[in-house]
Design a protein around this ligand. Structure first.
Ligand code: SF4
Length: 752
């Protein structure tokens, strides 16, 4: 019998499943998790969870999860007090900060930040306090092309998601939601939603070089060549346009640049691209006709379309095809979420804004352009290695594991090792943090309140959930928001320890809250239009920290209660532990949500023109004989869940998948070791002969290879795997975004 049941949203991936957590009380009065299962009453996930969801217990109890800050002394990490840790940071950074060169500090924000409320709120102050141009994030590992393409087309990072629950036809490229549960598309029980498309007579088509777990369940699998997506999508658009199948519906008067795009893709016919994409022309023509004829259809592109050399262009073309078939912003098509903390629509008036332009700054060494104030992670090593003003001499990482998750790990690790000082906010001693001088561990997920600020804007249904912290902090721990504010205090040159530091932490909190209040009331269309920022701040002041900011965001959001209405507020979410359902996605949000300069969907610009030209010019370019693609497993989540034994037990999943034809040609036996070599490195890996990959393609999953010196992850270190980023190439990028091309890496394979 459980003594208490708590409900919370799983923060491990983008699906946001509701969890029911049974707790028992121990003889000493403390509580422990007895069982975690899906919350049947959750308004969105209705009881669904994947095998990772129940492991929040294991993560919470993981003995390798640091419970106190650690400082490296004589090459060994030792636990210290928080004051000691921040004093060490202040002393270590002093020579660098005193030089006055703020770019000498690099900041990397990893993927876990978007799954946690405090960093989403307080990282802004940290970024500002460091004042560096050398800001990097995990976004340029896997999704920056989609963010940029949306910003180009719609004026802000407003990413359409497939209306899974109402579509009649789903064309998915480079996505494997049966394993990942979706990305840039929040949909708990994604596999169930796919089945229901089929149950109601619809079709699911998967385009992927691998017959992935999702492809196995689909009505049709098209085994495209890696990196063929842009030609495939352009050929679809070409057919839809030239065959008179295009119908833009309500968006016909809200688009600019379409004629130019269609002119660019005139030579990109199914016949011209068939060899390059590895799909025959009649199939491409048939898919185009099916998309146009379906009562509703959605094209959805993910990792395979973004992590490649035409990442941004492929992402644009996904939306072009949705637009041409009348499925953009329409029921059953690709639609826009109305996030509980998102920007309210202008209610039908054309939204005109500042639009988006690439760049602003260029990186010091290679002149790579920034986007959204960040440089691509691909330039991080050269910025650390290259001497001169602005050279990164110290790094701060918050979450993430860039030594493992970014390309050419050998170079990235050597760069980190050469730093004068490194601080990591991270719970583990992993491939990245082993290089640190100080590690500041945040509490576990069960010790933090949770609201998903990011993914409510990428959701296939409008919902809002708030989760209370389940366990209190241990004496040696510090709340994540306080860690980030103490770090901010150091960069502001304020006190690093003692009551003076605590006063600064309070002041940063108040300044952050005031900024949120001012931003909220500046929106002329929201429920707090006409209200003073101080009034909003006052009404939310019953809460502290990130909760205070969240309450203001909810009140001022599209479903908000304003100062005293009955819409959303934090109190309302607390009364509804299974979440609040805000309804199906709303159609025809365009033009109200546009923020482009022209007030139209802008399909073309000076960055896209050369890419369209390159697309047409390279149709017949020779493809490498063998290329590497990634993959994902249901029981894996990047590199940081491999310390959970229930997820890693069983057969070795870090294998090289190779087609039997290639294996025969190369003399490779099933289960034998092969040497895979790329421009940047080589790995020895167990082989798995399988026809799930097409000939000419090999696949290695990411996030493995944690059996590295200095890593203190007892379970993960035992795992027989290799790091695929020893092979990926930091110079293989999407030219617009600088995002790494993790898929389509040329390699050679030989028996080891
Ligand atoms: S799919 Fe799994 S990991 Fe993702 S939110 Fe749901 S339970 Fe958590």
């Amino acid at each position: 019998m459980a003594d208490r049941t708590a409900f919370r949203t799983c923060p491990l991936c983008e699906a946001n499943c509701g969890l029911e957590i049974e707790l028992t009380t121990k003889p000493d009065g403390s509580e422990e998790v007895k069982r975690i299962r899906g919350d049947q009453a959750d308004v969105f996930s209705a009881g669904f969870i994947c095998p990772k969801g129940s492991t929040l217990k294991h993560l919470h109890e993981d003995p390798d999860w640091l419970r106190a800050p650690h400082v490296k002394r004589d090459g060994e990490f030792v636990a210290v007090t928080w004051d000691e840790a921040f004093e060490t940071i202040a002393a270590g950074l002093a020579p660098i900060l005193e030089s006055g060169d703020r770019n000498a500090v690099g900041l990397y924000l990893g993927n876990p930040n978007v799954h946690s409320l405090d960093p989403m709120i307080y990282n802004r102050a940290l970024i500002k306090s460091i004042g560096t141009a050398n800001l990097f994030s995990a976004s340029t590992v896997d999704q920056r092309p989609k963010e940029i393409s949306s910003a180009m087309l719609f004026g802000s990072v407003t990413i359409p998601v497939p209306d899974l629950d109402r579509t009649d036809y789903l064309l998915m490229l480079g996505a494997n939601p049966v394993a990942s549960n979706g990305s840039l598309c929040t949909a708990p029980d994604f596999p169930g939603r796919l089945s229901r498309i089929q149950e109601r007579g619809g079709r699911v088509i998967v385009v992927d070089p691998r017959r992935s777990e999702t492809a196995e369940t689909a009505d049709e699998h098209l085994a495209i060549r890696p990196n063929g997506d842009a030609w495939f999508l352009a050929a679809l658009a070409n057919v839809i346009s030239n065959e008179g199948l295009a119908d833009l519906g309500h968006l016909a008067d809200h688009v600019s640049g379409l004629d130019e795009v269609l002119a660019f893709i005139t030579p990109v016919t199914p016949e011209a691209v068939a060899e390059r994409v590895g799909l025959d022309a009649p199939t491409i023509r048939r898919i185009a006709a099916e998309l146009a004829a379906a009562p509703s259809a959605a094209v959805y592109g993910r990792i395979g379309t973004t992590c490649q050399e035409f990442g941004t262009l492929s992402s644009v073309l996904v939306d072009v095809v949705n637009l041409l078939t009348g499925n953009l912003d329409s029921i059953g098509g690709a639609m826009f979420s109305t996030g509980a903390v998102g920007q309210p629509s202008t209610k039908g008036k054309p939204g005109v804004g500042r639009g988006f332009r690439m760049g602003g700054t260029t990186s010091r060494v290679s002149g790579t352009r920034s986007s959204f104030g960040e440089f691509p992670v691909t330039v991080m090593p050269e910025e650390i290695e290259t001497a001169g003003e602005g050279q990164i001499r110290a790094m701060v990482t918050v979450g993430g594991n860039p030594a493992s998750s970014t390309p050419n790990s050998t170079r990235m690790n050597a760069a980190f090792e050469s730093l004068e000082f490194m601080v990591c906010v991270d719970p583990y001693i992993n491939e990245t943090t082993r290089h640190a001088d100080v590690i500041l561990p945040p509490p576990t997920a069960l010790q933090k309140p949770h609201f998903d600020l990011a993914f409510v804007n990428l959701s296939v249904r409008n919902v809002a959930n708030y989760s209370e912290a389940i366990f209190p902090l241990e004496e040696s721990q510090m709340a994540e928001g306080e860690i980030l504010r103490r770090l901010t205090s150091v960069f502001l040159g304020e006190a690093a320890s003692g009551p003076a530091a605590e006063a600064v932490v309070e002041a940063i909190d108040d300044a952050s809250a005031a900024a949120v209040a001012d931003g909220a009331v500046r929106n002329e269309f929201g429920p707090v239009a006409g209200v003073e920022g101080s009034e909003l701040l006052e009404v939310s002041s019953e809460y502290e920290g990130a909760d205070r900011m969240l309450d203001m965001m909810l009140r001022s959001g599209p479903f908000g209660s304003g100062l005293n209405g009955d819409g959303l507020s934090l109190a309302k979410l607390k009364e509804n532990p299974h979440g609040v359902d805000l309804g199906a996605l709303e159609e025809h949000r365009i033009p109200g949500i546009l923020r482009t300069k022209s007030g139209t969907i802008e399909l073309i610009n000076d960055d896209l023109r050369p890419e369209f030209e390159r697309l047409a010019a390279t149709i017949e370019e020779e493809v490498p004989e063998m290329v590497l693609v990634g993959r994902r497993h249901l029981r894996s989540n990047n590199s940081w869940m491999h310390n959970v034994r229930v997820l890693t037990k069983g057969r070795n999943r870090c294998t090289l998948q190779i087609h039997p034809d290639d294996a025969d040609r190369l003399g490779i036996e099933d289960g034998s070791a092969a040497k895979v070599t790329s421009r940047v490195g080589e790995v020895i890996i167990d082989c798995e002969r399988t026809d799930v990959v097409r000939p000419g393609v090999v696949s290695i999953p990411h996030g493995f290879g944690q059996n590295t010196e200095g890593v203190q992850l007892r379970v993960a270190s035992e795992y027989r795997g290799v790091n695929t980023n020893l092979l990926t190439d930091e110079y293989l990028r999407d030219p617009i975004s600088g995002n790494i091309a993790l898929n389509g890496v040329p390699v050679t394979v030989a028996p080891a």
